[in-house]
Design a protein around this ligand. Structure first.
Ligand code: PRP
Length: 180
């Protein structure tokens, strides 16, 4: 079973839920009366997005962009492609990007620019994980769940070769999994 491939549970399901509620409470205050658009970056955002929006008590819209930067390996390539674009017109809207992890920053930097160029009133980001040691470009992340060390994480939306996204926690794989 997939749990057997995990060397260590790094952030438990419960810790994620507690942190998500904390972030949602702050978003409730900061976006009061702003009718924000929450934009999830697929596919990694899905678990976090679902848990977060349930706890945000505001009138809001959701939309998704499918953005790829890793291309099937554990190394970020720096090439960011938009495979599926938004349906919502964000001109004049307050946009909150929902990410699972900010690593090099390439993805976020590109998407922030795209959304600002389209005339968003404001663009901020909430990310479950922030890995500052991976950063290659400067980018600001206004709401951070957990600052993580320089490891490769799976679970709760994060994948290794498209698998493990369905784990309810964030974990680290056993080294032998990479040689399978
Ligand atoms: C991952 C993650 C972020 C991005 C972060 O997405 O979900 O969007 O990489 O990396 P960066 O800061 O180095 O750009 P990925 O492209 O792997 O697609 P996925 O969400 O479908 O897994």
């Amino acid at each position: 079973m997939i749990h057997d491939d995990i060397k260590k549970i790094y952030i438990t399901e419960e810790e994620i839920q507690v942190k998500t509620l904390e972030l949602a409470k702050q978003i409730n205050v900061d976006y009061d009366n702003k009718r924000p658009v929450l934009i999830g970056l697929l596919k990694g955002c899905t678990n976090f997005m679902m848990d977060l929006i349930k706890r945000v008590d505001l009138y809001l819209e959701t939309d998704y962009m499918d953005v790829t930067s890793y291309h099937g390996t554990t190394q970020s390539s720096g090439i960011v492609t938009i495979d599926r674009d938004l349906k919502v017109d964000i001109k004049g809207r307050h946009v909150l990007i929902v990410e699972d992890i900010v690593d090099t920053g390439f993805t976020l930097k590109k998407i922030i620019k795209v959304l600002k160029d389209r005339g968003a009133a404001s663009v901020k980001t909430v990310s479950l994980l922030d890995k500052p040691s991976g950063r290659k470009v400067e980018v600001s992340v206004e709401y951070i769940g957990f600052t993580v060390e320089n490891e490769f994480f799976v679970g709760y939306g994060l994948d290794y070769r498209e698998e493990y996204r369905n784990l309810p926690y964030v974990g680290i794989l056993k080294p032998e999994v990479y040689s399978k």
